[in-house]
Structures are given as C-alpha cells and as structure tokens.
Design a protein around this ligand. Structure first.
Ligand code: JF5
Length: 230
C-alpha cells in the first residue's frame, strides 16, 4: 500500500510513524509512506497557503492552487483522497478495514477554518473525522487513521497479536476481559483464583463473561451496534 500525507506541519509526522508496528511495516515494505509539505507547492516568496474567506468572517481558508498542484503530482485516478475534518464520517474499525483495502491513500490534513470548497468538490473522495472535538489541524487525526490502517495490512502484526484483531468485529463488539500478570498477589491484591487454576475451558468462560459485563456496563452502545450488524 502507498500512503501520502499532504500537510502544513510535516514535522508532526516524525515520531509516531517511526516506531512500533508502523515502522516495522515500513521496513518490511508493506507500506510506502510519504509526507509532503503543502508549502512546496506554492510559488510566491511567502509560500502562501491560505487566504481570507470570501464573504467575510473569522479565520483563514486553505487556497485551492497548492492542493490541486500537489495532487496533480502525487495522485492519480486510483488514489483514494481523504480529507481529515470534523464534518467527516466518524472513524471506526469498520472504516479502518475499508481503507486498508485501498491501493493508494492520500490524506489532506486540513487546518485553519478549512479548505476551499472546490478542493472538496473536485478532489476529495472521502471525509473523515476522528470524533467530536476541535483540534488545531488534521495532523493527529491523520496519524490516528494511518496507524489503525497500517496494523491491518497483511503481515503487519506478529501471529500472537493478529489473534487479537477480532475486537470490534461483528460478534466480538467490545471491550477486553481483565488482564493479570505476576505476581499472583501484589500489595494485598490477589489475581482471581480461576486464572491460576489451569482449567482452560473455565478460564475462557470467565473471560467471555467479564468482557460482556464490562462492555454492557461501560459501552452498551457497542452491544446495540453489534446486534444491528449481525
Ligand atoms: C481540522 C479544520 C480540519 O479538528 C479536526 C478533527 C476533529 N475530529 N476529527 C478531525 O481536524 C483538523 C481543523 C480545522 C479542518
């Protein structure tokens, strides 16, 4: 898979994408990730990427020209162009799976008040939000989506972890059971007896029950959504 990012803040992207599973996936050649500075596609002395909104009002709007020129260089007909913005489809695991099936993703990491509407009309295939809160730019949302997508690429996870990927799929909608490791007693707090018993079938039953109870208590919305999908 190829992933392009178009951003005003390329420096934000070093760090999160250079560690852990994403870094391993890049080294293994599973994903080719490029971060491009939108200012590279300006032509004036001040590298102007934004301007005041027609009709007045607060804030600035990203100009169309640099974005159009960048996509003429970085994208083709097959590229799935994603604009990160609070008005988009809310990101979830199903959407991550959808994006993981694409050959080429290009993220436009918005900022200021937004982008000129003609970018949306002519270039954008998909608009994605990571939730209802306001950020200063689309850098972090872009990275959230990239990490969720890259770990789904075949070969990105070791065998041990890939078993875990069933979470948030139909039939396993929700939260994890409680985990414990050694010591069996820590500052007076004991690990549940069943986990020390060696009865694997009983342990499975206990864990499933714990996960169900925990999900019903904390995220009943996940159980309802799962019933709709089954
Ligand atoms: C952004 C204009 C984009 O703030 C976000 C965001 C919040 N949830 N999901 C995305 O994106 C950055 C800010 C202002 C466009």
């Amino acid at each position: 898979m190829k992933i392009d990012v178009l951003t005003l803040f390329p420096a934000m992207f070093s760090g999160p994408l250079d560690v852990s599973i994403v870094q391993r996936a890049r080294e293994a050649g599973l994903v080719d990730l490029r971060v491009t500075d939108l200012r590279d596609f300006t032509h004036d002395r001040h590298k102007t990427v934004d301007d005041r909104p027609f009709g007045g009002g607060p804030g600035m709007v990203l100009k169309p020209e640099p974005i159009f020129e960048a996509l003429e260089k970085l994208a083709d007909e097959k590229t799935h162009v994603v604009l990160m913005a609070p008005a988009g489809r809310v990101f979830d695991q199903a959407l991550a799976r959808e994006l993981a099936a694409k050959e080429h993703l290009l993220f436009i990491s918005g900022s200021y008040e937004g982008v000129d509407e003609r970018v949306r009309e002519a270039l954008v295939d998909d608009e994605i939000s990571i939730g209802d809160y306001v950020l200063t730019n689309g850098g972090l949302p872009t990275m959230v989506v990239i990490v969720a997508v890259v770990r789904l690429l075949p070969g990105a996870l070791g065998d041990e972890q890939s078993a875990h990927d069933e979470s948030f799929s139909p039939g396993k909608p929700g939260l994890e059971y409680p985990h414990y490791t050694r010591p069996a007693e820590f500052r007076g707090m004991k690990v549940p007896e069943i986990l020390l018993s060696g009865h694997h079938a009983e342990i499975e039953k206990w864990r499933a029950e714990q996960a169900r109870k925990r999900t019903a208590e904390r995220r009943p919305d996940l159980l309802r959504r799962d019933e709709e999908n089954l």
